[in-house]
Structures are given as structure tokens and as C-alpha cells.
Ligand binder design. Structure first.
Ligand code: FAD
Length: 270
């Protein structure tokens, strides 16, 4: 299918990109890896009048530890997160997640910023940002991940606001991202991210509601010493899955509980 006609501009800096987005108005959209936006354009579910290509902006490409935080630029591609020794050492849950995004072509082009800004409930990074207490640094402000996702495919970003980077606390403790898809390299039917830091276990779920869900009751039970299996069972009541072509709500609840139990068990192993 062929997209509707659009113009294309390539800014030379982040400031230039923001200026263009402000000038061009609501119909202009940033283009990152194009792996979510372009398919929507081909289906004519998105019809931007102008694409503002941020793909070559070096300012958005850093992966760097500063103090007790890992800074990941919005244009960092999935494959770089998967392979980076820095990410693997300091925020291994992020590397574990990146290697499970799509297939190799998707990972070579898609970016963490595009993935998060797109806010697909089945996307893999949003639950990880919530579990790890990451912050979204935009061209206007800094937003905790827990306040960034507003609803289905909706974030608090304004039309002339770019996500600059995602900042993660260094999180080397036990972790696991477990994902169930219908096929190899598929989107998550349901997935779970678990991490144990100084404040105990954190548990987050993908595709169990319009935005990523943090399973607070499950976390509290784990802190109280409840057996993993019993704590994981609490997740069923904390999520709001919607039936789709992949699974019924009942099956998604079953998957959420089972994946949480397995992720906690595997993460505990030395
Ligand atoms: P784009 O498509 O360029 O942009 C997506 C949206 O974000 C657009 O609205 C754009 O305007 C906006 N945007 C981009 N960057 C910024 C920014 N810095 N600031 C503000 N707004 C911005 N994802 C998964 O999580 N798991 C999967 O298993 C998975 N499988 C896939 C399989 C296939 C076949 C395909 C095509 C995609 C799959 N994806 C999957 C999606 C993939 O990860 C995308 O790369 C990602 O969701 C979007 O990133 P992008 O860089 O391609 O962004």
C-alpha cells in the first residue's frame, strides 16, 4: 500500500527539529526508525503532511553512564542496546528486553525513542521503563516513566516536543524480561519485566492494559516474604487486559501469572 503524499525535512540539530515541528504544526511528525510510523502511513492510518527526520542527529545517539544513571539517547537502536557492554553491565534488563524486540531487521532500524513515543501497549520497553523507575527527558521537561504513558498509543508528549533520552538508574540486580508471542519474533501477547533492587522486587506487565502495569500487590507480597507462586497469582487481579486477535482476557490473565512466576524464579537463579 502507498502512503498519502508528504513532505520530508532533515533538521541539523535537535533545536532545529523542535523549531520545525512548532512551525509546521500538528500535521508534522518526527521520523525515527520508521518501523511503526511508516507501516501506519502505508495503511493510511497516519497521514502526516511532513516528516521531520531526526535519524541522523548525533545528539540523540549517546549511551553513557553519568554518576549513578545510564543515559540512552532517543535514537539509539534496539541492536545497540542488545549489544552494548555498558547496557549489559549496568542495566541488563534493558539489554535482555532489546534482544527480544521484533526480528533482526526491526532491531537494526527501530529506536528506543520511537518505541516509547509510539506507546503501543504491546511494545516491550514501556514496562521496563516503569519497573526501573526511568525518566523521560524531553526538549521541554523531565517526566517519570510512570507519568509518561497516558493511554492507548498516547503519551504526554506535545506535538512540538521531542523525547531526547531515557535515563535509567543503574540497576544491576536480578532481572528478567519474559515474553510470550504467537510466533517467533512476534509482538508480546503478554510479557513481564522483573527486577530486584535495593527496594525489593518490581514487577511490570506488557499488553495487560492500555499502558504498562506495575503489579504493586505482587511486589508487596514478595516484600512480605510470600512464596513466589502465591505472589505471582496476585497479578491476575491487577491487570486490565483487553481481548484481541491474539488472546482472550482469560488467557492473558493466565499468561501474566505464569510468566511472572517463571520470571521471578529464573531471575532468582544465580
Ligand atoms: P518511528 O516509527 O519512526 O516513530 C514512531 C512514533 O514515535 C511516531 O509517531 C514518531 O513521530 C514518534 N517519535 C519517534 N521518535 C520520537 C522522539 N524522539 N520524540 C518524539 N516522538 C518520536 N516493537 C516491540 O516493542 N516489540 C516487538 O516485538 C516489535 N516487533 C515488530 C515487528 C515488526 C515487523 C515491525 C515493523 C515493528 C515491530 N516493533 C516491535 C516496533 C519497533 O520496535 C519500532 O521500531 C518501534 O516501535 C518504533 O521505533 P521507530 O524508531 O521505528 O519509530
Amino acid at each position: 500500500m502507498i502512503p498519502a503524499a508528504f513532505d520530508y525535512v532533515r533538521p541539523t540539530s535537535v533545536d532545529d527539529a523542535v523549531r520545525l515541528l512548532a512551525e509546521l504544526g500538528d500535521d508534522a511528525r518526527p521520523l525515527a526508525g520508521g518501523h511503526s510510523l511508516v507501516p501506519l502511513m502505508r495503511l493510511r492510518m497516519a497521514r502526516p503532511s511532513v516528516l521531520v527526520d531526526i535519524g541522523r542527529l548525533a545528539e540523540l545517539q549517546r549511551v553513557e553512564v553519568v554518576g549513578d544513571r545510564l543515559h540512552v539517547g532517543a535514537m539509539v537502536r534496539h541492536v545497540e542496546l542488545e549489544r552494548s557492554g555498558t547496557v549489559r553491565e549496568h542495566v541488563p534488563l534493558l539489554a535482555d528486553t532489546a534482544r527480544q524486540v521484533g526480528d533482526v531487521q526491526v532491531r537494526n532500524r527501530g529506536t528506543i525513542g520511537g518505541n516509547i513515543a509510539h506507546a503501543d501497549p504491546a511494545a516491550d520497553y514501556p514496562a521496563v521503563t516503569v519497573v526501573l523507575g526511568a525518566e523521560m527527558v524531553t526538549t521541554k521537561r523531565t517526566i517519570p516513566a510512570s507519568a509518561f504513558f497516558e493511554g492507548l498509543f498516547t503519551t504526554v508528549l506535545e506535538h512540538d516536543e521531542l523525547l531526547r533520552e531515557v535515563v535509567f538508574p543503574l540497576s544491576p540486580g536480578p532481572y528478567r524480561y519474559l515474553k510470550h508471542g504467537q510466533r517467533l519474533f512476534d509482538w508480546a501477547t503478554v510479557a513481564v519485566a522483573v527486577h530486584r533492587g535495593t527496594e525489593g522486587w518490581r514487577v511490570g506487565l506488557t499488553n495487560c492494559g492500555p499502558v504498562p502495569v506495575r503489579a504493586l500487590e505482587c511486589e508487596r507480597a514478595l516484600a512480605d516474604g510470600t512464596a513466589l507462586e502465591d505472589a505471582a497469582a496476585l497479578v491476575a487481579e491487577e491487570i486490565h487486559p483487553v481481548a484481541d486477535l491474539r488472546a482472550s482476557t482469560r488467557y492473558k490473565r493466565h499468561l501474566a501469572v505464569e510468566l511472572t512466576r517463571r520470571a521471578l524464579e529464573v531471575a532468582e537463579r544465580p
